[in-house]
Design a protein around this ligand. Structure first.
Ligand code: FE2
Length: 474
């Protein structure tokens, strides 16, 4: 027994990119290399699952970890760090004696403990700021409103009753930079499956817009916004085993199937409230859209497309066990989908495997000149690179971190002194030191490496998405 233990070196907590961070910190970062740009002032918020086990229960999927927000305040005095768990109902209740059902986590106790249970809202997918409010989002339920300074959880949000009892508010809302309006959608299953869309104006007043009817409940993670439309590509990731899902016989993610013959439903929902336009096209497999824009009578939407031949089950098995096998998770390719009056066509833009596409948000709803993304330099590996794809020249710039380290989504902050471009911020996980660092990169000189690096005293899990709020925005 002693020999076996000696043969297997203990895993150092924090040395893995998804390792839990149970502690909550508040401090000023002491160690900054390089110079934080004078035009970069504001707060970067990031979110993801803070822990993947609760009281000895290993969760079944990275989608199921309780949301933890990290806050980086970037000012003339340097960088301040704070992290807090979102005080969801699940976070408050979860313990060694009780955990909720997740997307890929079954509660202990067999099917009886899981039957007729929807997944718990762990509010872990994105954090967005709009109209003076900060919200953590999870696509199957309501947002949680957070204090932008302290990160204290204020409570669940229904936007003055605009969200219905079972109304969800998805994790990738889009803001029109010209009007300040935020648009989003939520999936509804009862009385019939549909996507319901919303507009929240710059004062925070929210109204319902049109719906996208679905033939069956489907997984739709993101959408895009043009000058006149909300653009949806609803892939055929559907509940293939509804009885097993409802009766708790298997985890919900294992009850989803990619049913290629159903194809992808393309829907354009007018921003002014008119009727939804729907087309059907060949099955696409994607999660994230970078942006969309109108080109004459056509609408062009850019996505990160994954291989439809391997599709949901292979992608999901890699992602649910992301700690050990990132696999296909970062293996998408940037594509542009052109939606005509009757025809939909696809064009691959770059061959670099990537995920988490970003843009200069000043171009949201218009043709954006550059796409930024997190990429894996070794196919099937963890994301270790940040890439920029220039749509005018075709040029690609890449920055890759030290071998063994990983990066997360690179979040864009506009440089007010430039018409296009600015700064990308990502959190690098430094495996050997079991801690993380904030990287600040210049979009025009990506390959030169960070212009500034702020070394945290702790690690934070890689996480999913986030947002940057410039100082002048509040
Ligand atoms: Fe996402």
């Amino acid at each position: 027994m002693t020999d076996q233990l000696a043969a297997e070196p203990a895993h150092r907590p924090g040395s893995g990119p998804w390792d839990a961070q149970e502690r909550e910190f508040d401090y000023r970062v002491d160690e900054i290399t390089g110079t934080v740009p004078a035009s970069l002032r504001g707060v970067l918020y990031r979110i993801g699952p803070g822990r993947l086990q609760i009281g000895g229960h290993r969760l079944g999927h990275i989608f199921d970890g309780d949301g933890m927000v990290s806050r980086f305040e970037i000012g003339p005095e340097g960088v301040g760090f704070r992290n807090r768990y979102v005080r969801t109902r699940h976070f408050a209740k979860a313990s060694s004696r009780w955990i909720g059902r997740g997307i890929g986590t079954q509660r202990p106790g067999g099917f009886l403990a899981n039957a007729f249970r929807l997944p718990a809202n762990v509010s872990n997918t994105n954090v967005v700021a709009h109209a003076g409010g900060l919200f953590s989002l999870w696509e199957g339920g309501r947002p949680y409103r957070l204090d932008p300074e302290s990160l204290a959880t204020i409570g669940r949000e229904d936007f003055d009753g605009t969200l219905r009892l079972m109304g969800a508010f998805s994790a990738h809302p889009k803001v029109d930079p010209a009007s300040g309006e935020m648009f989003n959608f939520g999936i509804e299953i009862f009385p019939r499956p549909m996507l319901r869309t919303y507009r929240r104006d710059r004062t925070g007043a929210m109204t319902r817009l049109g719906t996208v009817p679905l033939t069956r409940p489907a997984f739709c993670h993101d959408f895009a916004l043009t000058e006149h439309y909300l653009v949806f590509l609803v892939d055929p990731i559907v509940v293939g085993r509804p009885v097993a899902a409802a009766l708790g016989l298997d985890s919900l993610d294992h009850c989803l199937t990619f049913d290629e013959k159903l194809g992808t439903r393309v829907a354009l929902v007018p921003r002014d409230g008119g009727a939804t336009r729907i087309l059907e096209t060949d099955a696409l497999f994607h999660f994230h859209a970078t942006n969309a824009f109108e080109d004459g009578d056509d609408v062009v939407v850019e996505v990160v497309a994954h291989d439809a031949a391997t599709a949901w089950s292979q992608w999901n098995e890699a992602v649910r066990d992301c700690e050990n096998d990132p696999g296909a998770a970062f293996g998408g390719r940037i594509e542009r989908i052109r939606i005509g009056r009757r025809r939909v066509s696809r064009e691959r833009i770059a061959d670099t495997p990537c995920e988490f596409p970003q843009l200069d948000h000043r171009y949201e709803t218009r043709a954006h000149p550059v796409t930024y993304a997190a990429a894996a330099s070794a196919p099937g590996g963890d994301p270790d690179s940040i890439t920029a794809v220039d749509h005018t020249t075709g040029r690609q710039d890449v920055f890759t971190v030290e071998a063994g380290n990983t990066v997360c989504e690179a979040i864009f902050a506009a440089d007010p002194e430039r018409d296009r471009g600015g700064w990308l911020m990502s959190v690098e996980h430094v495996a050997a030191q079991a801690r993380s660092r904030l990287l600040i990169l210049d979009t025009d000189r990506l390959a030169d490496g960070p212009v500034a690096t702020a070394e945290l005293a702790n690690h934070i899990p890689m996480g999913f998405h986030g947002t940057f709020v410039p100082s002048m925005s509040w």
